[in-house]
Design a protein around this ligand. Sequence first.
Ligand code: CTP
Length: 403
Amino acid sequence: MNTLLTPLAGRRILLGVTGGVAAYKAADLLRRLKEAGAEVRVVMTTHATAFVAPLTFQALSGEPVRDGLLDPAHEAAMGHIELARWPDLILVAPATANCMAKVAQGLADDLLSTLLLATDRPVAMAPAMNRLMWANPATRANVETLLARGIQLLGPGSGDQACGETGEGRMLEPVQIRDAVIERLTTPGPLQGCRAVVSAGPTREPIDPVRFIGNRSSGKQGFAVAAALKALGAEVTLVAGPVSLPTPAGVKRVDVETTAQMLEAARTAVAGAQLFVSVAAVADYHVADVAPRKIKKHDASLPLVLNRNPDILSTLRAEFPALFMVGFAAETDDLETHARGKLERKGLQMIAANQVGDGRAFEVDRNALQVFWPGGSATLDEGPKADVARALAALIADRYRNP
Ligand code: CTP
């Protein structure tokens, strides 16, 4: 077998075709993937079949094309859950604005959207839509959701559109998509073989059975870091404080509430791991005496005694001296001085600092980071948290590989 000519030999790709004019290009894409050696099965949405007949894809793939969710004959051959686990990659090309919105929402009202919800395999999408649909705030928000969950977007490109307009939203050419798929499936990520643990979100310290002390962390940055490390090939465990965010694809998640629980979960997870990224906004104190019953408002004031929590990073530093540890620092002033102080005190290899206050960083979708390590620093420009996470993951991989 000549792996130069057939770099995708032995790889399985599930090609999802949705209803856009670019669906005709998906037939050429299928041929290119097959030429590269891939085994390809095709799932079409009903709208896609209005643009290109399923028979075209059937002839090119040599496999029956599926377009219905509850087709008894197809289900008997390979059920949709089995099909969701079959490929090395699910590639949706073209991906319409509607398809992206459905996946962002977790809708499963046809075969393709059900497969995308039921899969634990990597997913790539090649968007194709009118430029105004691509620029629409609804689509922008969906794109960020998809990226944050680790879905790879290929394109779109810009240029002449089928509707007669010119702008961003054209599907990439089939060869460009094929090349991106080859790169994705054949290049080992820089963190291949590395086990990473990421903590994310706030922690909650109970006051009584119904109340707690918490903070404004949304968990978005930490979840995006977990997805970005996963995309670089790491095996990732995410220790998550109480947030209602979807788990990035392929990431193992452990939910915790208090700082003590986060320390325990992180301690268990880092045994056998090489990398720990502590993004969580960990509560520094807990209530000394948690009331066993709901506190009633009898008194004019209610003093609470708070005791210090253990520092998770410092604790794990002492127990796991070889662990590559990355901390975060949220600062309102003297960013570099405070961040470098924590880098040293906590024995970290790297620290990512952000300026907080005035509505920055917490509970918002954008962020910017100043990253410091002994003898160096980098600035990660302001952008969506998913972009910042990817830049940070690349930096971590680089420092981890070449300390
Ligand atoms: N951190 C930790 N354990 C704690 C508190 C914080 O591991 N009990 C970690 C955070 O996850 C973060 C880093 O330490 O990666 C810095 O957190 P930050 O709250 O900025 O620093 P503190 O050490 O709590 O210092 P201070 O609150 O005094 O600024």
